[in-house]
Design a protein around this ligand. Structure first.
Ligand code: PRP
Ligand code: URA
Length: 209
């Protein structure tokens, strides 16, 4: 059964306060999205299985723990999810990276798929879907279903800012998926934007406003 993890760490909350600010530059916004992804990755990988083994230090044999079992894949939802990939790879540099291209139709708010390229062995990996924003949940639920259709059984969703509506949608559609967020905001506005949120994450990461 999946669980909702709201990561309430002072470093995360401080960085979040800066990316919410409309006066934050594209450069700083992009850097902070990546740093936040690293901090969230640290928490989201807390349950990775480890195995006990031995290594020789220069003076003795040490009993140590290494990560065992499943390998990881990071799957950003394009475009804004791209901003979180480097931050994830900082901690798990050998993870493979898949891409799912979805954009939200501005009128229907439904996700439209335009690209998908995943590692061949995705079904054998623990998959971390990343996207800074979880609004209606339409994009994330579609991305999760996509990955499930490839046979994946271990999926985690990491979003920086979420709306209650999106969380409910994922918990309803995919109760098996663990969700990690740094904030649960108040609500969505009539255009499907998160309130107070941070505006359009993709535009702010890539400077396309
Ligand atoms: C944003 C965001 C999510 C989606 C969230 O992407 O990055 O993917 O909206 O909204 P939802 O939960 O209602 O589906 P957008 O469609 O703006 O595309 P972009 O990343 O290319 O800017
Ligand atoms: N996508 C964004 O980038 N921001 C929102 O507030 C909602 C969807």
């Amino acid at each position: 059964m999946g669980a909702l993890h709201v990561l309430d760490h002072p470093l995360l909350q401080h960085k979040l306060s800066i990316i919410r600010d409309k006066n934050t530059s594209v450069k700083e916004f992009r850097e902070l999205i990546s740093e936040i992804a690293t901090l969230m990755c640290y928490e989201a990988t807390r349950d990775l299985p480890v195995e006990v083994c031995e290594v020789e230090t220069p003076v003795a044999v040490a009993t140590v723990k290494k990560i065992a079992g499943k390998k990881l894949a990071v799957v950003p939802i394009l475009r804004a999810g791209l901003g979180m990939v480097d931050g994830m790879l900082t901690l798990v540099p050998s993870a493979k990276v898949g891409h799912i291209g979805l954009y939200r139709d501005p009128d229907t708010l439904e996700p439209v798929e335009y690209y998908c390229k995943l590692p061949k062995d995705i079904s054998e990996r623990e998959v971390y879907i990343v996207d800074p924003m979880l609004a209606t949940g339409g994009s994330a639920t579609a991305a999760i279903q996509f990955i499930k259709n490839y046979g994946c059984q271990h999926i985690k969703l990491m979003c920086i800012i979420s709306a209650p509506e999106g969380l409910r949608r994922i918990q309803n559609d995919h109760p098996d998926v663990d969700i990690f967020v740094a904030s649960v905001d108040e609500k969505l506005n009539d255009h499907g934007y998160i309130i107070p949120g941070l505006g359009d994450a993709g535009d702010r990461i890539f400077g396309t406003k």
